[in-house]
Design a protein around this ligand. Structure first.
Ligand SMILES: Cc1cc2nc3c(=O)[nH]c(=O)nc-3n(C[C@H](O)[C@H](O)[C@H](O)COP(=O)(O)OP(=O)(O)OC[C@H]3O[C@@H](n4cnc5c(N)ncnc54)[C@H](O)[C@@H]3O)c2cc1C
Length: 296
């Protein structure tokens, strides 16, 4: 199918792009990698009168370390983050998550920030962003602001971004050196969106041999990814014996309200949430302990 007719703009400066967004507001759609927007136009699920292509904007294609964060500009492609040495060093869960996103051809064009803004509830990057913590930097002719992932996702494909705002970069909080991490998902075919995914980050107290801090996030279990701080609280300060990790994972269901839909029943998603939480927590603990042995 072909998309509906629209006016096309390809601004060369950020000010020009923000001016167009201010002028057209909800009538306009930003085009980044086009890997979600173009299918939506072709299937007539979206009918913008104006498309603003941001691919010529300067300085938005960098991955940098900014203080306690890893910053990713709005034109950084999935494949660039997948192979970024900075990401591998400071947030190794990000390259691992990228390997689960779609297929190589899509990762070459699709952007990290586009994925966050598109807000598919089963997408890997919103889940990892929520699990690590951080902020999105957005600009408009009215000024700039930052939004935390907890406040950004409002429901299925809905975010706090206003129609005249452009997301220019995302910052992922860098976990402490020597942390363990894991992302686990279940998809029917390689490259598909996950039916359910779990991301875990574990900070290890090597002197006491206990978990110092732990974060667990789940995707595909509702309109937006969720972070389960209360569910994992029993692990903090504890020796992460297999039985305790299993017990914590078995408890995640009480914090979730997954849908029954075409792709999976509510019961199956709850089952996946428990199994994947256990796998992710165990793998993150193993990585944290292995780093201790290696002296990382
Ligand atoms: C076959 C297929 C399989 C896929 N599988 C997966 C998968 O398994 N996991 C996964 O996570 N994703 C998957 N995707 C989606 C892919 O990751 C997209 O690249 C991503 O969702 C959107 O990034 P984009 O740069 O292509 O955004 P676009 O398609 O250009 O835009 C998406 C939306 O975000 C808005 N937008 C984009 N950038 C900005 C910005 N800077 N500021 C404001 N608004 C912005 C656009 O207006 C649009 O509404 C798949 C896509 C396809 C086609």
């Amino acid at each position: 199918m072909k998309p509906p007719a629209f006016e096309y703009y390809c601004p060369e400066t950020l000010d020009e792009a923000l001016g167009l967004l201010a002028q057209y507001g909800a009538e306009a759609k930003v085009l980044a990698g086009g890997q979600s927007l173009m299918p939506m136009l072709n299937m007539r699920l979206s009918h913008p009168g104006v498309v603003i292509d941001i691919n010529r904007l300067p300085d938005l294609n960098r991955v940098t370390v900014e203080g306690t964060s890893l910053q990713v500009g709005a034109l950084v492609r999935h494949a660039e983050l997948e192979h970024s040495a900075l990401a591998a060093t400071h947030c190794p869960i990000l390259p691992a998550a990228e390997r689960l996103v779609a297929h190589l051809a899509i990762r070459q064009r699709g952007t990290v920030v586009g994925s966050l803004v598109h807000a598919d509830p089963a997408a890997e990057l919103p889940l990892v962003w929520l699990t690590l913590g951080g902020e999105l930097e957005v600009r408009s002719t009215r000024g700039s602001r930052t939004i935390a992932p907890e406040a950004f996702y409002l429901g299925y494909f809905m975010t706090d971004l206003a129609p005249d705002e452009l997301a220019v970069a995302v910052r992922f909080e860098r976990p402490a050196a020597g942390h363990g991490w894991a992302i686990e998902e279940f998809a029917r075919r390689s490259g598909d969106f996950a039916l359910c995914a779990a991301a875990a980050v574990v900070e290890w107290d090597a002197a006491r041999g206990v978990v110092q801090g732990v974060r667990l996030g789940l995707g595909g279990v509702g309109g937006a990814p969720v972070r389960l701080d209360q569910a994992v609280a029993p692990l903090v300060g504890a020796v992460p014996e297999a039985e305790l990790v299993r017990e914590v994972a078995r408890g995640v269901g009480q914090y979730l309200d997954p849908p029954d839909d075409l792709h999976a029943s509510r019961a199956f998603r709850l089952h996946l949430a428990e199994v994947l939480s256990e796998r992710a927590l165990r793998a993150a603990v193993r990585r944290a302990q292995a780093k201790e042995v290696q002296g990382a």
